[in-house]
Design a protein. Structure first.
Length: 257
């Protein structure tokens, strides 16, 4: 292979770094995808064209690129849209399918290449449940009295490392809903409980069977690990995802592994 010199600015170090993949001939790249509850917008186009260019560049440099981009096809926004349109939140899959199809047409019109993997959250549920179970067993997550599961940010001394925010400043400036079941206002949801016979059945360690669905952040850690492994080269997405989404992904992924 020819000599390659590619420099990329790292959000973690805030500096320009020589890109050196884990394996010399292969690059693994995860790009946070859309929540398909409405029409794609200009911001989506900007993000995915940018990373399509990076995908093409890495391929042109001789790397075999394993590129994963997800669809968050179960989420409060999808449930609300299904309730609004159909009077039934459980028809969220119809909403997701509609806007995923439109998104794919938009990407094709922008001449973006399809990723290697395009996983959906609903197709990754065993891995998500296994991931959360592991966090509970490691002591990084806890189950509340009402069946929700939260990540305990006190279990991660480096929390804030990506966004360069201090924990005390985050707590002081937190604008979060008061929840008496949470140990810390900044603890984030891994699993949201629901009424019986809805969504997915689970049985967390030391607890009876219940029902629910995943929180926002856990899904990307589970999907990236499933398709790219415990360590991969590039994690990208919109800058609005740096905190809390990508920050939380680091915390839970390192808590799990």
């Amino acid at each position: 292979m020819q000599q390659k010199n590619l420099f990329i600015t790292s959000t973690l170090s805030r500096s320009l770094e020589l890109f050196t993949p884990i394996k010399s001939d292969r690059v693994t790249m995860y790009v946070c995808g859309i929540t398909p509850y409405d029409l794609p917008h200009l911001g989506h186009g900007r993000v995915y064209v940018l990373f399509d260019v990076l995908y093409r560049l890495l391929t042109c440099m001789g790397y075999k690129v394993h590129y994963a981009r997800n669809f968050t096809d179960i989420d409060d926004k999808l449930l609300n849209k299904a309730q609004q349109e159909f009077g039934d939140k459980m028809r969220y899959k119809e909403i997701a399918d509609r806007y995923i199809n439109i998104f794919n047409q938009n990407m094709e019109s922008l001449n973006c290449l399809p990723p290697t993997y395009e996983p959906r959250v609903t197709g990754t549920m065993p891995e998500i449940i296994q991931f959360i179970t592991g966090l509970i067993e490691e002591g990084s997550a806890y189950v509340t009295a009402d069946g929700d599961v939260y990540f305990d940010i006190n279990a991660d001394p480096s929390y804030g490392i990506l966004s360069h925010r201090k924990l005390e400043d985050l707590v002081a400036g937190a604008r979060v809903e008061i929840n008496p079941h949470k140990k810390n206002p900044l603890d984030f949801a891994l699993w949201k409980s629901s009424e019986p016979d809805t969504f997915w059945p689970v049985q967390w360690p030391g607890h009876a069977q219940s029902w629910g669905r995943p929180g926002w952040h856990i899904e990307c850690s589970a999907m990236s690990m499933k398709y790219l492994g415990e360590q991969f080269d590039l994690h990208t997405g919109g800058v609005d995802n740096i905190f809390p989404h990508h920050e939380d992904e680091i915390a839970q992924s390192e808590g799990y592994t």
